[in-house]
Design a protein around this ligand. Structure first.
Ligand SMILES: NC(=O)c1ccc[n+]([C@@H]2O[C@H](COP(=O)([O-])OP(=O)(O)OC[C@H]3O[C@@H](n4cnc5c(N)ncnc54)[C@H](OP(=O)(O)O)[C@@H]3O)[C@@H](O)[C@H]2O)c1
Length: 445
């Protein structure tokens, strides 16, 4: 049970540079980028003086615009940050006490990088047995190595648990349905205490469709996790389990009418950012409806919560600019990109800081507010109305069952881990997708 241990959770703060310096650096970087880009785009090689002047003028105009936006962003960031002795505390780092997660199994999706990998490290350091998912076996094995090295270097090898990896591709629902058998195959013989639905993609420039015929952002961020949660539900510990789904403040911008179920797959119109916002709003509504159904069914052992981690310096931008360009931005071959990345890093959280809210929700001995949206390890009360739209949350659930070809039954019997699986047919045959409901299944209604 999560409430049995009372301990003092460790929270520390990283100090940012003094606010005036960070403001100046951001503004100067933005100005340089704009003047240089205006110059290089509009004045290539031997051009007449008129073009040169136009290049400088355009670059400078863009610089003024960005300076305005940069200054507004700095004010907003400073507003969110706490002042400590005149310096800016960027964010708190939450670290569960060593041993506080002993005997618990946590499954983290997208555990091979960014926030997921950081979550794996911190929960393992607290004693949890962690199962991370990755899209390929090689990435998973590498992540386990990286996490173990990290723990070794910090003298924080798990007291009881260990780190394992299993393959999961959320963009292929038949693969998602194999996760229970892959979990069983690890031979842990234990229920899952925390499921962290963390994996995600962001702002894919052009509409892409998965093998299941769904828009990729929607499936990776919401639908795949819906089907996964349903498949793993019988494996959750009835002694106390949490489902933590990583959303984003991007969900606030899905409006003005909230989730558009008629365009959930971007079939009418597709935009990179609208599709991301909509998928992150789906994370919030899913959490709400999941908790509502659990409460209605009297499942008081379950707490579901969702969160915004903050703006975090991870590789999530690779979906926007491409893996190859991001690599060039990181190693300095793309000079403008490197400058922009450097400026962003001044105010973005480190993965260590960014993972704090999800680590907190997975590990804290405090009671988690059921169905709530968290930010900075606290419940965020002032959500837009469409993030609390219960009718839409229910409609999304129905649509997800249909598109996911699965019936998510919260009252299904618990699986007997390590033995026969009661009342649930999760075939261990990797080639089978028998537990997916057929498209034309009349019972689906
Ligand atoms: N970074 C931020 O500022 C920020 C802000 C708000 C919310 N978030 C949310 O935080 C979560 C983690 O993102 P991150 O910032 O840590 O980025 P990240 O480093 O890019 O991590 C994303 C993870 O998701 C995995 N993934 C993507 N598509 C998948 C699929 N179809 N099946 C299985 N796994 C898949 C990736 O695996 P591969 O390596 O194989 O691609 C990767 O491990 C996301 O849900 C994101 O929306 C991030």
């Amino acid at each position: 049970m999560f409430t049995q241990t009372i301990h003092r959770d460790k929270i520390s703060n990283r100090m940012g540079p003094p606010r005036t310096i960070s403001t100046l650096v951001i503004i100067l970087t933005a100005m340089t980028i704009c003047v240089v880009s205006g110059w290089s785009v509009l004045t290539p090689r031997c051009l007449p003086p008129g073009r040169i002047l136009r290049g400088i003028a355009t670059g400078s105009a863009a610089a003024v615009a960005i300076v305005g936006a940069g200054a507004a962003a700095v004010v907003a960031i400073d507003g969110m940050a706490k002042d400590v002795d005149g310096r800016r505390a960027v964010a708190a780092i939450y670290e569960p006490p060593s041993g506080s997660m002993d005997d618990r199994v946590v499954l983290v999706t997208g555990g091979s990088s960014g926030l997921g990998l950081e979550t794996v490290k911190r929960l393992a350091a607290a004693g949890a047995t962690v199962v991370l998912t990755s899209r390929t076996e090689a990435k998973g094995r590498r992540a386990v190595e990286v996490a173990n090295d990290h723990l070794l270097r910090r003298g924080k090898l798990p007291t009881r648990g260990a780190i394992h990896n299993i393959v999961l591709d959320l963009d292929d629902l038949s693969d998602v349905m194999l996760v229970p058998s892959r979990y069983e195959a690890l031979g842990l013989n234990r229920d899952i205490s925390v499921l962290v639905n963390n994996a995600g993609v962001m702002a894919i420039p052009r509409r892409e469709v998965t093998v299941d015929g769904n828009e990729r952002t929607f499936q990776s961020n919401h639908l795949g996790h819906f089907v996964l949660t349903s498949a793993l539900f019988p494996y959750l510990s009835r002694e106390g389990a949490r489902i933590v789904t990583v959303s984003s403040s991007a969900s606030y911008f899905a409006g003005p009418d909230g989730l558009d179920l008629d365009n959930i797959n971007g079939e009418r119109s597709y935009g990179a950012w609208p599709s991301y916002s909509s998928s992150k709003l789906a994370n919030v509504l899913f959490t709400r409806e999941l908790q509502r159904r659990a409460d209605e069914a009297g499942l008081d052992w379950l707490a579901a919560a969702t969160l915004h981690p903050g703006v975090v310096d991870t590789d999530l931008w690779r979906y926007v600019v491409g893996e190859e360009r991001l690599a060039r931005m990181k190693d300095g071959r793309d000079r403008l990109g490197s400058l922009a990345l450097g400026a962003t890093r001044l105010f973005a959280k480190t993965p260590e800081e960014g993972a704090s809210t999800q680590v907190y929700l997975a590990a804290t001995s405090d009671a988690v507010v059921k169905g709530a949206f968290y930010e900075e390890m606290s419940v965020k009360a002032d959500l837009p109305w469409f993030a609390k739209d219960d009718a839409k949350a229910k409609a999304l659930w129905d649509a997800s069952e249909e598109l996911g070809r699965v019936r998510f039954d919260l009252t299904a019997a618990a699986a007997t881990v390590g033995g026969a699986v009661a009342d649930v047919d999760f075939s261990a045959d990797e080639s089978s997708d028998a537990s997916l409901v057929e498209d034309n299944d009349e019972d689906l209604e």
